[in-house]
Design a protein around this ligand. Structure first.
Ligand SMILES: Nc1ncnc2c1ncn2[C@@H]1O[C@H](COP(=O)(O)OP(=O)(O)OP(=O)(O)O)[C@@H](O)[C@H]1O
Ligand SMILES: [Mg+2]
Length: 338
């Protein structure tokens, strides 16, 4: 991490992260019409002093509510947008200064927008990329064959992109992003709008890409199953700020989540008298649900109920990650309003 301005000679960024952000900000100036001939200038801090590192070969989830700053971050990582402040490096390259040089080393998929040529058959788009990225012929052919097979696109190569279904187009976009063997792949909502089968195909492919080829992956998504199935590490961004960076399981602790003890009694009884903070949250006939802090052992609670009540069966339910994250987002929103 030399601070030298000419320091883009650092090819791998080996002593720092492969992707490095230090205090990165992006501020947009927006002009809003507020009346006849009246315009108001407003500054939107889309990304607010974010710092993180991603090592080579990692697969990291990047999540947050709408407007949090995820796409803006990805656009800065590709060089499409220039940060307003801070320092950003990908493979030792400053993306906005050397966008073309970086383009040979990264791949990007924007789920909401295709990078393919709308009116051309899929294969023609790939041929154009072959030339644009100056991919050696043998390498291009080998990658094309492998990717088309893995993503099951063999029958669709002659079909114009606008005739493809969303799931087919998304797979087509992923192939396009990988033809030049990028070391890092940014995915901005790659499973948006896909059905269950297509989602699992895409996920399986990404897992393989990461484990077998060692491709570094930064994945933005609103589908938490993408994260649960693919990423050991997750970063949560809200209002442009990084709220959490760590293992997915750790979100439970941050979110002050609760586990649920489901108790089946011999018969219908009044709500169980549980020691606080455990409490009954629902009763349905002989079945009762008790919430208790996720960080605490269920054993004392179970022992007490077993001693005092006619117990038939019980089970513990882990907190739902969706609920944890919803609480996290909600708390942030409340803080922002007050
Ligand atoms: N080009 C732009 N000009 C002005 N404001 C912008 C621009 N791009 C993004 N913004 C604003 O910056 C903020 C962050 O937007 P961004 O697209 O990064 O969010 P996101 O996390 O990707 O959201 P989503 O989940 O909806 O895709 C939003 O308030 C958005 O309106
Ligand atoms: Mg977005």
């Amino acid at each position: 991490m030399t601070g030298s301005e000419s320091g883009s000679s650092q090819e791998g960024g080996s002593e720092g992260g492969f992707i490095e952000l230090d205090g990165v900000e992006k501020v947009f100036e927006v002009r809003k019409k507020t009346g006849f001939m009246k315009r108001e200038r407003r500054r939107v801090r889309a990304v607010d002093t974010i710092s993180f590192r991603v090592e080579r070969g990692e697969m990291v989830g990047y999540i947050g509510p709408n407007g949090a700053g995820k796409s803006t971050t990805i656009k800065m990582l590709t060089g499409i947008l220039t940060p307003s402040a801070g320092r950003l490096r990908v493979a030792g390259i400053d993306p906005s200064r050397e966008r073309t040089r970086l383009a040979h080393r990264i791949g990007v998929v924007f789920g909401q927008r295709t990078t393919l040529w709308w009116d051309l058959p899929l294969l023609d788009s790939y041929r154009l990329m072959h030339r644009m990225y100056r991919i050696p012929d043998a390498r291009y052919r080998e990658n094309l064959d492998r990717l088309v097979e893995l993503l099951d696109l063999g029958d669709l190569l002659d079909v114009p992109v606008r005739q493809l279904s969303l799931g087919q187009r998304m797979r087509g976009d992923i192939v396009a992003a990988l033809l030049h063997d990028p070391e890092v792949l940014y995915l901005d909502e790659p499973t948006i709008g896909l059905d269950v089968i297509s989602k699992s195909k895409v996920r399986e492919f990404l897992r393989e890409l990461n484990t077998e080829r060692g491709t570094t992956v930064l994945l933005t998504t609103h589908d938490l199953q993408d994260i649960e199935q693919l990423c050991k590490r997750v970063m949560v961004i809200d209002h442009g700020r990084l709220m959490y960076d760590g293992p997915l399981a750790g979100l439970h602790e941050v979110g002050e989540s609760e586990r649920t003890l489901v108790v089946d009694l011999e018969r219908e009884l009044p709500p169980i008298d549980a020691p606080a903070p455990a409490r009954v949250v629902r009763v349905e006939g002989p079945r009762q649900w008790l919430a208790f802090p996720a960080g605490e052992s269920a054993a004392p609670l179970v022992a007490r109920i077993a001693a005092e009540y006619p117990l038939v069966d019980l089970s513990v339910r882990e907190p739902d990650i969706e609920a944890v994250i919803a609480t996290m987002y909600g708390e942030q929103a409340e803080r922002a309003i007050s």
